[in-house]
Design a protein around this ligand. Structure first.
Ligand SMILES: CN(C)C(=N)NCCC[C@H](N)C(=O)O
Length: 405
């Protein structure tokens, strides 16, 4: 299956490329001049001459490195390293050639021999410095300017068609009720249509026949900008659900990290509010899973706040967040509301879950009319969908999709 690729705006591409190219070229130039300055006795009188000698190569290097970055060579260090080296070799060769011509030399055989030798002589330092700087500083700058924004520029939602054995899905805190598979399919289609109508590009992960709970795709992966963290299902029956989701997020060109056994983590236990990541310590997500998640997302600039969850299946069964970051939740399901910075109680269990469609619009279950009214009074456009067949399996509006943002 071909997945849509996350696009990068031209402004970010050009900005990221110019910044990465400039920084790598300046580092390579500075390192090269410094090496020759020191090895020639550190005489300050030589400094300007040395800098001038490498100047043309560094300028050309900037152009070629920026070009390589614009072609996305700086997304991964193992591509950036050879790309930086190649750009530096070409820049050094033609830069030195231009300098020779500028000094009035003719390009005879001796000049070409000199140019070739320079690549394994003085210009080798420049090449090595450019390659290393590309793989480190270049990649870091590119990711900061271009990489982290790629996911947010298109609103993609992953969904998964209900499996034919949906009715056999897990239940933990509620009584089993018969599920009408046909009605469930209709409700799922209406849910997908609501995402589509509000500008989300819906991407379907192939159905997982035999995996009754696979429609609750949210539990398999959590997205942090351009990084996808594949969960480690806390219910044995759900372990086979993650592979196809991993292929899908790889298809979207997201970086992938994984929670590994003995760690368990269900995406339904992860609520992102800005840079804060609330994680339910629930029957499905254990301490090791939380520890691993903290290890993955802390370097990305997120703070993980662990939340005891003993009264409901997942954290997001009990709480979700409005576009302004206010956490809303159904108090009887919550161990301690004091953990949330700004908390608003909602009057219905099904009203605890909202999907933020955009800054002014939320999607929620039609089974919570009082909450819908409350949120409308708070100035939000509220879109409701009937998802009763999924609620019989402890599902809610968030579980049925993964929003890539
Ligand atoms: C926020 N929620 C509730 C979720 N993300 N997932 C619901 C999964 C329900 C499924 N029957 C199960 O028990 O796994």
């Amino acid at each position: 299956m071909a997945y849509p690729t996350l696009t990068l705006s031209p402004a970010r591409r050009v900005g990221g490329a110019l910044a990465a190219g400039a920084v790598v070229a300046v580092i390579a130039h500075a390192v090269t001049v410094f090496v020759f300055f020191v090895s020639s006795g550190a005489d300050p009188a030589n400094f300007a001459t040395l800098s001038e000698f490498f100047q043309m190569g560094s300028l050309l290097g900037f152009v070629l490195l920026a070009l390589a970055a614009a072609l996305e060579a700086f997304r991964w260090w193992y591509v950036a390293l050879p790309a930086g080296a190649l750009a530096a070799v070409l820049a050094a060769y033609f830069g030195t050639m231009l300098s020779l011509v500028g000094q009035g030399n003719t390009l005879d055989q001796a000049a070409f021999a000199y140019l070739a030798n320079s690549l394994v002589g003085p210009n080798l330092v420049f090449t090595v410095a450019a390659a290393v700087a590309s793989a480190t500083a270049g990649v870091a700058i590119w990711r900061r300017i271009a990489g982290s924004s790629a996911a947010s520029e298109r609103r993609i939602a992953l969904v998964r068609l209900p499996a034919s054995n949906l009715a056999e899905g897990e239940i933990t805190h509620i009584e089993r009720l018969p599920v009408n598979a046909e009605l469930a399919d209709q409700q799922w289609e209406q849910y997908v249509a609501a995402l589509d109508a509000h500008g989300w590009e819906v991407v379907e992960v192939p159905v997982a026949e035999g995996h009754a709970d696979s429609v609750f795709i949210e539990d398999t992966v959590v997205i942090f900008g351009t990084t996808a963290v594949i969960g480690s299902p806390g219910a044995a029956s759900r372990i086979g659900e993650t592979d196809a989701v991993e292929s899908a997020v790889r298809g979207l060109r997201l970086k992938v990290s994984r929670i590994q056994q003995p760690g368990t983590l269900d995406g339904g236990d992860v609520l992102k509010v800005g840079r804060t990541v609330y994680v339910g310590s629930s029957g499905r997500t254990n301490a090791e899973g939380i520890r691993q998640l903290r290890g993955i997302v802390s370097p990305l600039g997120y703070t993980v706040v662990a939340v005891p969850m003993t009264k409901a299946l997942h954290l997001k069964t009990a709480v979700t967040a409005l576009p302004d970051g206010t956490v809303i939740g159904f108090e009887p399901f919550i161990d301690d509301t004091g953990l949330f910075e700004r908390f608003l109680a909602v009057p219905e269990a099904e009203g605890a879950a909202v999907v933020v469609l955009d800054e002014g619009t939320v999607l929620m279950s039609a089974a919570a009319p009082k909450t819908a009214e409350l949120l409308t009074r708070l100035g939000y456009d509220v879109v409701t969908v009937s998802i009763g067949e999924f609620e019989k399996l402890e599902g809610c509006v968030t579980c049925l999709s993964v929003r890539v943002r």
